[in-house]
Design a binder for this molecule. Sequence first.
Ligand code: UD1
Length: 450
Amino acid sequence: MATALIILAAGQGTRMNSDLPKVLHPLGAAPLLHHAMRAGAALEPERTIVVVGHGGDRVRKAALAYDETAEIVVQDEQLGTGHAVAQALPLLAGFDGRVVVLFGDTPFIRAETLEKLAASTADVTVLGFHNHDRPQRYGRLVVENGELTRIVEFKDATPAEREITLINSGVVACDAGILSDLVAGLTNDNAAGEYYLTGIVAIARARGLSTAAETCPEEETLGIDTRASLAAAEVIFQTRARAEAQENGVTLTAPETVFFALDTVIGRDTVIAPNVVFGPGVTVESEAEILAFCHLEGCHISRGARVGPFARLRPGAELAEDVHVGNFVEIKNAILDEGVKVGHLTYLGDAHVGEHTNIGAGTVTCNYDGVMKHRTEIGARAFIGSDTMLVAPVKIGAGALTGSGSVITEDVPDDAVALGRAQQVVKPGLAKKLFEKLNSSKAKRQKEAE
Ligand code: UD1
């Protein structure tokens, strides 16, 4: 059956105490909203509707950055989860399928759980979890004679209802047409004066429709509403990401010191040493090696490449097979062809380096003139001497060589040697004379001071 997702992301998230809308706070280097969208995407929905409100423009942009086909609907006033869903439903007029409602601030729902929910045959299915500590704030699933009859919010619950340990996660699945009818029947006659989505369960029962509760581990339904819960979620995210990487055949020497992003992809038999941080947009092929203390973001590392220790790859760094990038090297928006070696203390930005070229220690592509960025092109099998300043825009031909310490401001043809440094002058015996002079004046001063 076709599925549509409605993701609620209009809330302010007051308890985050932030100007940033709650769903844009980062978890695994991606906005919380992307986690919910990714979880929902496992259902292969035909339609994805995101309800935005607080910080609407920014949330809209983030939603579209994840899925450009997502439809955005604005909830001007946050009058409750039922009201939020009501804003999305007109877009689904004529949609003949199952609707799954998710919260944008609930990042850990697993695909299997959503599939179970979407496949449920009850008219309304709600996802709950068991918690014997009876947490405050959450709604309770009221089950009578084995059937879910209603959901009561904590604020509205009697002391006996507050004792219920089956808790509402907020995730709901329902056929589109039925959901529209049920939501239309909601009122705001409750302690919060809100249109509660949870009210649809009792309305469904009153209309003779079937209702059911599915359950999942509480961790999957963890919602983020404070900085502390965000930090706790980061721990859960990283623990999961590390375990997944290991299951996929990646060696993590010290897993607890490696930090992944939501979209990190790493191939089999790649080895990751301690203290490596993956920002967004990193893909590493198989059999690569990332040594200790690397920071990687928006880059691609091919099979057999070796990076680090202490390397920084920034967006647009593309390392072909068997490239070696060593310590204290920064690479940005640069393509390094197969077998390039850039071992030490180097910055390559806005550059292309041909295959098997060697970049000496201390090389800098001087890519910025204070106003604009310029490119450096280096051919294959070239040799860039240590401490070469490549003042871009500049081209170094294939097989060319630059002398150490050169400042290269003009293009160098293929197979040429370029020297851009002062001529060396050698004065025989002068050092000895200088030291004798200095030592004698030091001795004279010491004598005068006595
Ligand atoms: C909701 C449930 C509660 C459940 C809890 C689990 C209702 C009435 N209550 O309560 O039973 O135990 O989630 O976390 O549904 N939102 C909007 N527009 C609104 C209101 C909310 O988009 O007008 C969005 C929020 O951005 C958030 C989600 O809906 O992503 C949940 O809202 P929140 O206010 O956190 O719901 P709870 O009161 O926690």
